[in-house]
Design a protein around this ligand. Sequence first.
Ligand SMILES: [Zn+2]
Length: 477
Amino acid sequence: MARKVGVYTRISRDDEGESLGVARQQQDCERLADLRSWQVVKTYEDNDVSAFKRNVVRDEFELMLKDLRAGLIDGIVAYDLDRLARQPRDLERLIEIFDERPRLEFATVTNDINLGSPDGRTMARIMVAFANKSSHDASRRIKRKHLELAQQGKDSGGPAPYGWRKDDRTKVDPVAAEAIRKAQREILAGVRIGTIRTRWQQQGLGNPRAGTKRMAHHHVEQILTSPRLVGYRTYRGEILLGEDGEPVKGNWERINTLEEWEAVCAAVAERKQKHPGKSLARKYLLSGIARCGLCKTKIRGQINGRWEPGSKATRYTYQCSVVNGGCGKVSRTGEPVDMLIAQLVLEEQRTRAAVTAVPGEQRWLREDELEQVTQDIAQLVEAERSKQITVATLLQLLPAKERLRDELKLERARFYKEQKQAEAKGDAANLTVEDFFALPIERQQEIVLHSLSAVIINPAGRGRRKFDPSLIEPVWR
Ligand SMILES: [Zn+2]
């Protein structure tokens, strides 16, 4: 007999004017239930209730939990995890019921998550935790509006950035633009940003803080390297890429040619490399590790450039980018890729730790070789001393032996240094996925690179919404 399931749908204010109404969610859920040979016996529909606001009671959600617990339905199909549970608290209540009734079914249209398995629960908890966190920054609706405008190349609101007219931020302010260009020429000639900052403060240029003439160093740098100078639209400090991997262009007048701007950015970046400071750019787990399945170029993470109903503004994408020399044809939503890779890598490291675990410290494998060559040298020296060989012969034979000995010693030092470093960093094999994502991103990347040399992201067909793990190809070391 077919399992009886309930379908949960929710309209959020974000869907306003979008096509992803309840009817569409309902249809997609029913199709999924069909695929699994489940029978949809009831529909729960919460209208325009934000799942991430703490104090809002979702009547139908509550009813569904009750029905689930009472055994009126044997499972749930929802459009996505977001709609179902935005608060970790709600998810835990759901998981509790799945604990009580182990054979319950669970499916969502957009993510492949099974609340019945421990891994699925971990995945769900992380996803809800991510979503919950981002929801609290600001209203999702406002953020989505901003992203939508950005994607259309429309300007954001607020005071005009330095270089453009205060009364019309699409028009260049000639005086400011000239000051920027002059400063850029100086940068290229080797002048430091700090020097330009001092001069600007004296001359009242730039955008000093209200009531003062003071400007922050990074503020001056930002003015001189802003992607806006060449018409690139940014979103949260990153160049926004369209679906084609090309930057989205804004509707304002430009101050630089691409060549001028790139030269200045390169000069500033080069200076920074010599004097490393903190980069303001956001980092993603697989930036520089992921590669495009078509052109094999390295892929970086980007704030999601694609606009589609049901997507969250806070999502990020691994996008093959024309800007970075790629084909621009491959992109994938970042979160499930990171989740998949984290799980695979941790699993592999657990397995490897179990296989290679030996009592005590691991020994360097060429210890015997080093001992041998050390003995050889001693014997040669002894042979010369006892007149078995001449000094000339000794000096012919010795250098090669000494070189080998020194190389081996160096290698041994390196080996033990790395072993010590690995110990100091703690054992990745015992990490849970949650532990992993709680680490600083640099550590996460190190752990991934320990197992993988790259992650190939293969192209997905057009219009495919669902994440397909088989298209993500880890390249093991
Ligand atoms: Zn590519």
